[in-house]
Design a protein around this ligand. Sequence first.
Ligand code: SDX
Length: 435
Amino acid sequence: MASDSRADLKTGTLTLDGKTYSFPIRWGTSGPPVMDVGKLYGTTRIFTYDPGFSSTASAESKITYIDGDNGVLLHRGYAIEDLVAHGDFLETCYLLFYGSLPTPAQKADFDNRVTRHTMVHEQMARLYHGIRRDAHPMAVMVGVVGALSAFYHDSIDISDPHQRMVASMRMIAKLPTIAAMAYKYSRGEPFVYPKNDLPYAANFLHMCFSVPFEEYRVNPVLARAMDQIFILHADNEQGASTSTVRLAGSSGANPFACIAAGIACLWGPAHGGAHEAVIKQLAQIETKKRVPEFVARAKDPEDSFRLMGFGHRVYKAYDPRAKLMRQICHDVLKETRADDPLLEIAEELERVALADEYFIEKRLYPNLDFYAGLTLRAMGFPPSLFTAVFALARTAGWIAHWMEMIADPHQKIGRPRQLYTGYARREYVPIGRRD
Ligand code: SDX
């Protein structure tokens, strides 16, 4: 872990109008220290200002550590490379929830508890029929996941640890079913019930791709790839959607509503929506020959165009997940014998961008989204479903952060302030006297 030469730093000071204020510096296990400015406003009547939270730690957490400069991602201290190579998604869920890798007995029990909750209330199916079939699957996910609290009232009391765990297991178990139902509904195909004799990722493929008129056999190579893709998407520290879940949870909202809020935030093209945006952009580039044209646009300060799947607020080196996803992408394309012309464009785009001064200077590398879309497309998913796949996997991280926030004895509602630049007090003019 990168050590910091300032390890003896214990206090930060701020001098205002000749008066000096001291604030404690807190060090974590790894990564930059924080200056605790919780008492700043109370002692100086001044707010900090950091609208994108680029310099702000919003929470203390033990779940995930990212070293963006060195491309390191750890979940409860375990490297993402090891979890993807040796574990499965439900093991990662257990690790994120409970903080340690499960014993064989704990894993068997956790898998069984998830399996026993994969079905949704039969009446939930009717919710889909109230939505247009050409609705975006993420619109369906936001609505249906939010509606879970209308069906599972017995697990929304957040003060009850048992109910918190029941709600958490229900979401891990039911999100794949809900996402698969959104996919089937968009295709006008009948919903497919989960099969308890299939492992988690295989069950999701079964619910998405099996049809009544022929036997569907899950391809074990694709099932393994799907499970690894879920692990890669499980958590990534205090990203926008995770922060949304924490903020929603800080008001005491029920867990289903908090996860629905996270899904809504993830949908944006700057975040999880980039999965879909990458494919659209690669198709827009059309051929390798046009790659320089689009790289030039991405560099043009007058052009708002950005390379989708590139750049990251924290990873200023190659996103470790993107490296793993690139390998999975090649494995899936080989297994499906899919010859995707977009892959050639993506690899040329990566080659040109990584050699370009602008991207080097701004430390812009491919992120998780860059190869994820190509992989999911080769597995048979339409681009509109990519972010729903991201959401079902990220539910593990969202729940872990929600649990951590709820269990924090010092937790209180998140309520930021602002820099007000609007009008000062104005006299009201009755409408009859306005010209
Ligand atoms: C995810 O937070 C997480 O952990 C997110 C995520 C997760 O697992 O939850 O990792 C998942 O959301 C990955 C990101 C997916 N989004 C995209 O691929 C969309 C394209 N990327 C960009 O929009 C951007 O890089 C962001 C949104 C990802 C990060 O934006 P930042 O941190 O606010 O960076 P920035 O906009 O301040 O960019 C710094 C500079 C800017 O230039 P200057 O203003 O300094 O001149 O880099 C430029 C930007 O213009 N830049 C890009 C670019 N990304 C940043 N230029 C061209 N193409 C890009 N993709």
